[in-house]
Ligand binder design. Structure first.
Ligand SMILES: NC(=O)C1=CN([C@@H]2O[C@H](COP(=O)(O)OP(=O)(O)OC[C@H]3O[C@@H](n4cnc5c(N)ncnc54)[C@H](O)[C@@H]3O)[C@@H](O)[C@H]2O)C=CC1
Ligand SMILES: O=c1[nH]c(=O)c2[nH+]cn([C@@H]3O[C@H](COP(=O)(O)O)[C@@H](O)[C@H]3O)c2[nH]1
Ligand SMILES: [K+]
Length: 512
């Protein structure tokens, strides 16, 4: 008798997920399969939506402590994509989309802009991310670059000159202007050639005020910082215009149609309808509206956790689905509303249906390690969306603080009272009730350094997981799972303890 006839090695996915349990990622484990390729042969290329391909299956969460321009540019440079959050004015959200799309290298700064007749009254006029104030003809980024002031130059001015118009002391130089779409190599040679420490990235006709735009200021050390990170080996997520691709989230209210118009004008590549329960008349109407008015734009619906919810949104016309209800690290939806689903089960069920229609699925929330990413992708997701995993990075909005001696960054739920009162009052208060109920918390996450460093390491770990499963691509993983070749088991409480580090007096966990 063959061994397979004597023992049953785990369950096929259909059997495991049809027992009436809501499984989380930690509840389930894959049994290893057969390796006949190296980790370098594993491709994680995928699709975010029907028409938007990615080299890396990473999507950043549209939350105000996770995704603004710097995060979206950095993750796009790694082959993933960022979704700009909507908890700010429509104009600022659209400007962030434009800013991401005007970059080819993930620099971080967002300098202050002034016109030649403005005055600097204190160091507070400099943005924390940049030691320079940039001077343009109109005082906004969208006009001709005329000069700059550095913090040290301003501090070294005699006291009586500090309050005068910046044009009287700014430095001017056409020598530091670099076209926005130059590569890291080209920018590096520029610094060598000009023997300069500072460059200003400019888009459009640098000589004409109304046709030019300052995209960023870059210092020599920025080039070295970006250069010092591991590369994923493939190109970034570049759109047809040569800039990074980027998405944005919107709601389902009437005012969101105007917000969307502004985003489309700036070339947004994909839009996410942001809701905890996407199977609603509001969302279905919004999907139909977007598909009718902007047929070229892919729209992601959600969130959903059941096959029935998913089918409704697919029939309404979505190009991608976001899966997860209450599984996020800052989410209290399951406690507050008694609704949701274990994330492993949710991803498996929704992806099983969505794949029949060719609609890619984003596994959203609950990811805290590379193993969770492997599980999400193998269970049928095409990408993973992450909040807490990215919120402690340099690229996330906000500055680091110290909490009990540890360097941390704030991370909060978009349904927390704090986030709701910041921008989305109207959305949350509904228009009829004044009672605010939080569905999320405000917290902090540890400093993780740059996503340019830890994301490539994480994806290397994901490739090793795929290799152990004998899957050299997402498609092959999904085929093995649906064909019943890949076997799974539920881990008991003791099995979960055994699978973690245990029995040591002390240890240091250094993933790379
Ligand atoms: N994934 C998850 O488990 C959860 C995520 N969140 C996050 O919190 C944020 C907001 O989620 P939600 O509160 O679900 O936002 P939402 O905008 O879908 O809903 C807020 C309220 O407004 C109502 N509403 C929406 N469109 C309307 C319209 N056109 N007319 C009248 N009423 C309308 C909804 O029915 C709901 O009562 C999102 O960022 C979401 O991702 C919140 C809770 C859970
Ligand atoms: O119940 C919730 N209340 C909230 O206030 C909230 N804010 C975000 N989200 C969702 O959580 C996801 C991020 O989860 P992670 O931190 O686990 O990656 C996000 O991508 C969202 O789907 C919320 N869910
Ligand atoms: K939760």
């Amino acid at each position: 008798m063959a061994p397979s006839e004597i023992v049953e090695d785990g369950f096929a996915s259909t059997r495991l997920f049809n027992q009436g349990y809501s499984y989380t990622y930690d509840d389930v484990i894959f049994l290893p399969h057969y390796i006949d390729f190296s980790t370098d042969d594993v491709s994680l290329s995928t699709n975010l939506t029907r028409r938007l391909p990615l080299y890396t299956p990473i999507v950043t969460s549209p939350m105000d402590t996770v995704t603004e321009s710097a995060m979206a540019a950095a993750v796009a440079s790694l082959g993933g994509i960022g979704i700009i959050h909507p908890n700010l004015s429509a104009q600022v959200q659209a400007a962030m989309v434009r800013s991401v799309k005007s970059r080819r290298v993930p620099f971080l700064s967002s300098p202050t802009f002034l016109s030649p007749s403005h005055r600097i009254s204190s160091l507070d006029d400099f943005d924390a991310s940049s030691p320079y104030v940039l001077i343009t003809e109109s005082g906004s980024p969208r006009s001709k670059f005329v000069g700059y002031v550095s913090k040290s130059d301003w501090l070294n001015l005699e006291d009586e000159r500090k309050g005068s118009e910046v044009k009287s002391y700014m430095k001017t130089s056409n020598d530091i202007v670099i076209p926005w779409n130059q590569s890291l190599d080209q920018i590096e040679s520029f610094f060598k050639e000009k023997d300069s420490d500072l460059g200003v990235l400019v888009r459009g006709n640098a000589d004409v005020a109304t046709e030019s735009e300052v995209v960023d200021v870059v210092m020599k050390e920025d080039v070295e910082r970006v250069r010092g990170n591991p590369r994923l080996g493939l190109g970034g997520t570049v759109g047809p215009d040569g800039g990074w691709r980027v998405g944005a989230a919107i709601g389902t209210r009437e005012s969101d149609k105007e917000r969307l118009e502004g985003l489309v004008k700036e070339g947004v590549d994909v839009v996410v309808l942001d809701s905890s329960q996407g199977n609603s008349i509001y969302q279905i109407e919004m999907i139909k509206y977007v598909k009718k008015v902007y047929p070229e734009l892919d729209v992601i619906g959600g969130n959903v956790v059941t096959a029935a919810q998913a089918e409704n949104l697919i029939k309404a016309g979505v190009d991608g689905l976001r899966v997860g209800m209450g599984s996020g690290s800052i989410c209290t939806t399951q406690e507050v509303c008694a609704v949701g689903r274990g994330q492993a089960t949710a991803v498996y069920k929704v992806a099983s249906i969505a794949s029949k229609y060719g609609v890619p699925v984003i596994a959203d929330g609950g990811i805290s390690n590379s193993g969770h990413i492997v599980k999400a992708l193998v269970l049928g997701a095409s990408t993973v969306m992450m909040g807490s995993f990215l919120a402690g990075s340099e690229e996330a909005p906000g500055s680091y603080q110290y909490q009990n001696g540890q360097r941390v960054k704030k991370y909060r739920g978009m349904g927390s009272l704090e986030a709701m009162t910041k921008g989305s009052d109207q959305r949350y208060l509904g228009d009829t009730t004044k009672l605010k109920i939080a569905q999320g918390v405000v917290g902090a996450v540890a400093d993780k350094g740059s996503v340019l460093k830890f994301v490539p390491y994480t994806m290397q770990a994901v490739k090793q997981g795929f290799q152990d499963l004998g899957a050299s691509s997402l498609k092959s993983a999904h085929d093995l799972l649906r064909g019943g070749v890949l076997r799974l088991e539920v881990r008991t409480g003791a099995a979960q303890v055994e699978g973690g580090v245990h029995g040591l007096v002390s240890y240091e966990k250094k993933p790379f």
